[in-house]
Ligand binder design. Sequence first.
Ligand code: C2E
Ligand code: MG
Ligand code: MG
Ligand code: MG
Length: 278
Amino acid sequence: QAKEQGRNGYQIYDESMNAKALERIILESQLHKALKEEEFIVYYQPQVSNQSGRVVGIEALVRWNSKELGLVEPGRFLPLAEEIGLVIQIDQWVMREACRQHKLWLDAGFPPVTLAINISGQQFMKNELLETVTSVLKESGLDPGLLELELTEGVLMAHTERTVKTLQALKGMGVRLAIDDFGTGFSSLSYLKRFPLDVLKIDRTFINDITTDPDDAAITLATIEMAHTMKLKVIAEGVETKPQLDFLTKNGCDMYQGYLFSKPVPSTELPRLFNRWQ
Ligand code: C2E
Ligand code: MG
Ligand code: MG
Ligand code: MG
């Protein structure tokens, strides 16, 4: 049969489809268990000031430490978690855990850096977001000014009226707001003016070729300049090389985050990074 189909690889295609479907079934059943048994862990990636060279923030990034599958990256399970309605619970768990951990670091004398948390579209659209943030802050005792919520363009663009209200309420609590992956959506900076944001994160697809692709360089420069006129701080994501960093520093980018400084690390490794860079 396979031979009859010639060399088009239908057979292989079928098998890989089956493998995909199988992975999905396995992931789905495992994900429910993962929440129950708290198999998720939070990694942290430092955000560094271009001016001082110091760590000024950390971003919490979830991983799934599965007994069956090993360490699973968010790209492999978050889309499915969104589909089956588990992402809100995962997000809430991450926020709780990261705020708890950050308070421990602060109490131990580590510097009062910002803690950035990713908020999925589903969590943002839920009315409970305000309640969740309120209760997590109360529970952990973390200063609201040290908590930064990262939202993507898509989430902000979806429902303008309500979005503005929610963001204003969060601002009212003293929480900081960031727009993540900027440049990948279709929003213009002038549109963003209506949102009370503090930070803009330039997506790493632009940073990647910043020293070789004049278009990416121009987009990045224009973004930094306009963000600054809007009083936003700018973080470059995915900085991997010294030439990229030099370009960004020369052009007034405020902070950077990327493998050049550090990959995301488990909580046990963060004190070492703090100590080395203060
Ligand atoms: P993001 O929020 O844009 O996070 C940055 C991603 O870029 C992270 O991937 C990080 O490991 C990666 N990265 C950082 N520096 C570099 C670099 O120099 N080079 C390269 N190639 N990559 C770099 P990660 O941890 O796999 O997370 C992927 C995405 O998953 C995140 O993108 C975010 O959208 C989502 N995510 C992660 N944790 C959570 C969470 O707790 N809740 C929600 N809703 N989403 C999350
Ligand atoms: Mg992020
Ligand atoms: Mg991003
Ligand atoms: Mg992303």
